[in-house]
Design a protein around this ligand. Sequence first.
Ligand code: TMP
Length: 259
Amino acid sequence: MGNTAMSRRRQIYEGKAKVLFEGPEPGTLVQYFKDDASAFNNSKKGTITGKGVLNNRISEYLMTMLAQLGIPTHFVRRLNMREQLVREVEIIPIDLVVRNVAAGSIAKRFGLVEGAPLPRSIVEYYYKNDELGGPLVSEEHITAFGWATTQDLDEMLQMALRINDFLSGLFLGIGIRLIDFRLEFGRLYNNDEMRLVVADEISPDNCRLWDLKTNEKMDKDRFREDLGRVEEAYQEVARRLGILPEGGPADLKGPKTMQ
Ligand code: TMP
């Protein structure tokens, strides 16, 4: 990242995998996708070459599909290989995790075998707070501490379940099982009106995706568990979605400078 490019606009926030810049118009932000990866509350760090370019495309594709279903998102349009224009929202400090199959923390918490189907889809809430390691919280905690209202939660839950049905079907169609995924929501104000919209990204960074035939992992667990072929897994998801950037893998490093 060159200094000239960096100083051209104001950086609002830098996260583990993305940077947010002030957007071209009020109420907009530019979301820049990095190749950096982290896991286990930042204790494991690394780089997945081309991840930013792929996640930018994958999230663009999935968010656009959601909008077509009438599920509002913060996504406006993709700007270039690593950036997209999004609406500035007030982030609700709750991560929603939707689970269809036991894996990750739920498997550990309840002693379930990884890959065991759950009796039904389960939605969990986690408080977005890195110092606390993002603790699992209940609706009681969320409403009592004022992180979201009962109505907000109800709306987020309904949207999350619709998104789960839609994404499960979409991935099934390309030979992938949606094991679980994480959603973030934000408040978007329009005059006196407030609506909740899907924010952040939807990509192999925050979904568990397993090959339908082989059960091979095609998501960030390959990085978390040092399974190797991480770049290839992200590429394969994009390829199956039909959105691998033109020029193929050679294009994935993308421009070094930010426009
Ligand atoms: P978990 O099994 O570790 O709780 O993760 C559930 C899903 O949520 C999985 O698809 C990974 C995703 N996730 C995030 O995107 N960010 C996080 O900070 C965590 C803990 C999980």
